[in-house]
Design a protein around this ligand. Structure first.
Ligand SMILES: [Fe+2]
Length: 491
């Protein structure tokens, strides 16, 4: 049985009383991008991130980040690793000044909560100039033996009512972490767009289907960058773009990227704009586009699947092969990237470039691939794919189409036959933006033979429960309606 989430306490210390912010109200909250309440000393209230340090320290640390104006009042952070443990100070928060054209200069602060107790709920509080101004709680990442839940959705930060209702559903599911499968914020992943369509929804003070939920402050978010997040490197047209590299704190353990190389397009725009971005991004750019991490008994790989990436690049392929080989100890191997290789929707059907990596995933023992980009939900049967190769042994790619042969495990049904032969590919891109191809949901003849489920008439999210060798995945609508359900078991 899952433990109920303790109530979130936010900013109420200012008023000298504990505050419970859980609300079912659906009518009084402003829509995303609408009028905003005072955020006190914050431009963006604290939010939990996996952090690069976690990659170095296993499951025992997390990062808390927040944004303020361009002042230098001293901040301090304390945290309580467990209910019975004393409060302890975190190391002094480190600021990074973000000063890009078109946005008033502001500061991003980062503090690392170290030596957490795996799986335990913890509390943390922030003080400015000695005055407490914010408190919340969270859960430390779980150890390998523990059962855990994550939710996944993509194509979400569109400022729609459906984005808020899916966020609220995610909150109600009480996940241990949230995974965004790309296209985090529309239209260009800009700072200004994060302020309208990301923070107000996923870090709302109150939980409601109309507004969203206080998820970010209490639950770790991880994300794969999509095309709307990082494909445009034009800092002349969008000088506050590429905010993914500014505001997320994810492992920097991926393959180093050379600007102009196989996976890093050159930045465009005036030198001053490029310099401002690079100064603000620090070491996150461009490295944070690809990374891996372990959670519980699973190994995760996160890839940038934008079409500019050269999947023939030997360094990139070698990194992926090495990373998966090093994860043989893990019970589960999951991969996430934005552009699905196996998609039956007419929308984006031709963007099949990730099929070129299917054999690498199969050889690396990948169980499930989570993607977005296509704004609906799709599940393949377990499959293996052999691309059609040219005389040089490279897959034939015409534009982004990749031909080949697939072998389908049609015996797997996720109920009585739960041992798949091959990789299951999920599209979970119905997190907020308008849906793609609703007319195909009931038109089975329009599905590719690898597609088992196609839900495109309703927004939804993926809820995954991992319990040792058993993985149960449900696709759930905003009202809790179950749209799909299957189980995978390890022998
Ligand atoms: Fe996309």
């Amino acid at each position: 049985m899952r433990v109920a989430r303790p109530l979130i306490v936010a900013l109420c210390l200012l008023a000298g009383k504990p505050g419970a912010a859980l609300s079912q109200a659906t009518t009084s909250s402003p829509p995303p991008g609408g009028p905003k309440k005072s955020e006190g000393p914050f431009l963006v209230k604290p939010y939990l991130q996996w952090g690069d340090s976690t990659a170095r320290e296993g499951t025992r640390s997390l990062a808390v980040l927040w944004h303020t104006g361009d002042d230098a009042k001293p901040w301090s952070v304390e945290f309580q690793p467990g209910a019975d443990q004393p409060w302890r100070p975190a190391e002094a928060p480190t600021p990074r000044r973000i000063a890009v054209p078109g946005i008033p200069p502001h500061r991003l602060y980062r503090a690392i909560l170290k030596n957490l107790v795996p799986g335990a709920r913890f509390s943390y509080r922030l003080s400015q100039a000695g005055q407490p101004v914010f408190q919340s709680d969270g859960r430390a990442p779980k150890a390998a033996a523990a059962a855990y839940r994550f939710v996944a959705f993509g194509d979400c930060g569109a400022g729609t009512p459906e984005q808020a209702s899916i966020a609220y559903r995610a909150y109600r599911e009480q996940p241990d972490f949230v995974l965004i499968t790309g296209d985090i914020v529309y239209e260009r992943g800009r700072i200004s767009e994060y302020r309208d369509k990301f923070w107000p929804v996923y870090n709302a003070d109150e939980a409601s289907p109309a507004q969203g939920a206080p998820l970010l402050r209490s639950t770790v978010f991880l994300a794969a960058p999509g095309n709307h997040d990082i494909a445009t490197r034009d800092l002349e047209r969008y000088p506050d773009g590429l905010a993914y590299f500014l505001y997320w704190d994810q492992p920097l353990n991926g393959p180093p990227g050379r600007v102009g190389g196989a996976k890093v397009p050159a930045l465009k725009g005036p030198e001053a704009n490029r310099r401002a971005f690079l100064d603000a991004a620090g070491p996150a750019y461009p490295r944070m586009a690809n990374f891996s991490f372990d959670y519980g008994n699973a190994h995760w790989m996160v890839l940038d699947s934008n079409p500019y990436v050269d999947w023939h690049d030997p360094d990139l392929r070698a990194w992926i092969e090495r990373d998966l080989a090093s994860a043989r100890h893990a019970t589960w191997r999951f991969v996430t990237f934005h552009h699905p290789g196996f998609n039956s929707a007419k929308e984006h059907f031709e963007q099949q470039q990730m099929r070129m990596m299917a054999e690498v995933f199969e050889n690396g023992g990948v169980d499930v691939v989570f993607s977005g980009h296509v704004h609906n939900y799709q599940r393949t049967v377990p499959l293996r794919f052999v691309p059609e190769n040219d005389a040089a042994g490279k897959p034939v790619r015409v534009a982004n189409r990749v031909g080949g042969r697939w072998t389908l495990d049609t015996a797997f049904d996720g109920r009585t036959h739960t041992h798949p032969s091959g990789v299951i590919y999920l599209v979970t891109g119905a997190g907020g933006n308008h849906l793609y191809n609703p007319e195909q949901q009931d038109d089975h003849a329009s599905w590719q033979s690898f597609t088992h489920k196609f839900i495109s008439k309703i927004h939804s999210l993926t809820v995954a429960d991992v319990d040792g060798p058993r993985l149960t995945i449900r696709q759930v609508a905003a009202d809790g309606q179950e749209l799909d359900n299957f189980t995978i078991e390890k022998r």
